[in-house]
Each structure stands twice: as C-alpha cells, then as structure tokens.
Write a protein that binds this ligand. Structure first.
Ligand code: NAG
Ligand code: NAG
Length: 291
C-alpha cells in the first residue's frame, strides 16, 4: 500500500517535471492519430511545428528517431511540436486519393489540418507561426498540405518527397504507391504542376507558405528527378523562374550541398551523393521558419 502510493507520487512528480509525447483525443474528424509535445519551458503564444513521419513509421517512432531532432528544437526554443500518426496499412500517408488531394476532402490531409486548427485553440498557438516539416511520405504530405491548406501554415521544410498530386491514383486508391512518380517519370511543366496545386483548392487566392525543398542526388526510393519537379511546382505557383535561381550558394549548409533561392518563397537544397532520405537539418529548417 505504502509502496504503491509512493509509486504514484513518483509518477506524478515525473509527469509534472518532464514533458512527454502525448496522444490527443477528439481533435475533430479524421482517422489519423494526433500526438503533441509541449516542452517544459514553452514560450507564451508559442509557434507550432508539425512533424510528419515517413512510411513504416508512426508519431512515436518518428519522435524518438535520433535523426529527427524536432523534440530537441522544441526543448531548446520553447515551441510546440505536433506529430500526426498515419492510419493506413504500411502507415504511409494517403497522398493518392482524391479525398486527401482536395481541400476539405475528408482524407489524411484534412485530418492533419483539423489537428492544426485544434492545436491553435487548445494550446494558444500563434496562428501566424505554424510550420510543417516531414521526410519521405511525410514530405509528400507536406506538399499536399501546402496545396490543400495554404492558409494554415506560413512555411514548409520538406525532405525527399514528390510534388503534390504526383502520387495521384488513377483508381482513387488510398495510400497507393505510384511507380511513375517514385521513378521520376512524372514530369510536367511548372504551369502544369502549379495548376495541380490550384485544382486541389479551387478558388483560393490567399497567401501561401514558403517552400524549402531538400533532396539527395543518390535517392534510390524517390527519384532525384522529383527535386526539380517539386521546384517546378512551387516556382510555377509563385510565378518565378524554375531554372535561373536568384541566388546559389555551393557547399551550404554543408559540403556537397547546394542551396538555391528562387525568389523569396522557394528554396531548393540539393544534397550531392546523399540517398533517401536527406537527414533533417534542424537549424537550417528552423531558420527557414524564422525560429
Ligand atoms: C504572432 O507572431 C507574429 C509573427 O511573428 C508576431 O508579429 C506576433 O506578435 C505574434 N503574436 C503574439 C501574441 O505573440
Ligand atoms: C507571371 O510573371 C510574368 C512576368 O515575369 C507576367 O508577365 C505574367 O503575367 C505572370 N503571370 C501571372 C499568372 O501572374
């Protein structure tokens, strides 16, 4: 009896002093799970970073993955991180069905949008400081979210993905694989990729997030061609040149990486010799977010 009371007391004390990844029920409609990490020293009216996992992963395993440093960033800077968890078999995000590729279509993108809206209210997040990042399937979803819910976030930093709508399933399957896209054979002009974005949220004319796009030249899972196709998509949306950068810096942020700006809203970071997927560069992504 005494021992068990002591145990409960210790549990209470550790819960009070150590922030943990916690599942949030009732965020709104959606099959995906919502997990949140509120650091011990959260800043008032905090920013929010949405970290979206890759295939064969989950909120919990992404959160504890040593290559995914957003918990550490959250602890150091006091922003909140939101970790959606995919409901699909194989646990890739649905970036192929019409419902997820459409604003308010009821798919996974809609679920994550509902989590963001819920987090803004529940945790007093500064709604103008919501940012999205992800790797692989999470990077694909980052592009889809930027296309379907552009007003919910102000910047995106995605690692090794494909353009929004590139994984579209001709038979409208949920979380389907798309060999043409993964193999780098889905190639379109900037105007065509931009039109795909416009079609995902017809009539939208408001602000859109700025896009930072990372890709490795040795990516054997999602062809490196998807780097330029994604640059084409967002330069098409922002109507700036996809071929002539406004700035190019070699060996930045590290040796072998090249950073290219296409105006203020699109930045590409090409990682020579790096495979799938490019490791998260916390301080570079944070800087892109203004954190
Ligand atoms: C929310 O973020 C914006 C942009 O950084 C900032 O100007 C504003 O002061 C913030 N609001 C609060 C209440 O901190
Ligand atoms: C895109 O920019 C060009 C100039 O660079 C301009 O002529 C054209 O009208 C713009 N298109 C749209 C849709 O804004």
């Amino acid at each position: 009896m005494l021992l068990s009371n002591l145990g409960s007391l210790l549990t209470l004390i550790s819960a009070a002093s150590a922030a943990q990844l916690t599942q949030v029920q009732g965020y709104g409609a959606g099959r995906a799970q919502m997990w949140i990490y509120v650091p011990d020293k959260v800043v008032p009216n905090p920013p929010l970073v949405v970290a979206i996992h890759s295939c064969q992963s989950s909120a919990q395993s992404y959160f504890t993955n040593s290559k995914i440093p957003w918990k550490q960033g959250s602890d150091a800077k006091g922003y909140i991180t939101l970790w959606p968890s995919s409901p699909n078999s194989g646990t890739c995000w649905d970036v192929s069905s019409k419902s997820s590729l459409t604003h308010n279509g009821g798919g996974d993108s809609n679920a994550i949008a509902n989590m963001i809206t819920y987090a803004i209210q529940k945790y007093n997040v500064n709604a103008t400081r919501v940012y999205v990042t992800g790797g692989s399937s999470g990077a694909m979803m980052s592009n889809v979210l930027a296309a379907t819910y552009p007003s919910l976030m102000s910047a995106v930093s995605l690692y090794s993905g494909v353009p929004a709508n590139c994984f579209v399933s001709s038979s409208n399957q949920v979380a389907a694989w798309n060999n043409d896209c993964s193999g780098g054979r889905s190639q379109k002009t900037p105007a065509q990729w931009a039109q795909d974005v416009f079609n995902m949220y017809p009539g939208y004319t408001g602000a859109r997030p700025k896009m930072q796009i990372w890709h490795g030249s040795a990516d054997g899972t999602l062809s490196p061609n998807n780097y330029q196709e994604t640059i084409d998509q967002w330069t098409g949306v922002f109507n700036v040149s996809a071929t002539v950068p406004t700035r190019e810096v070699k060996d930045t942020p590290e040796r072998g990486y090249t950073t290219r700006d296409f105006g203020e809203m699109v930045q590409g970071i090409w990682a020579q010799g790096v495979g799938h997927s490019v490791p998260s560069h916390l301080s570079v992504s944070e800087a892109w977010f203004g954190l």
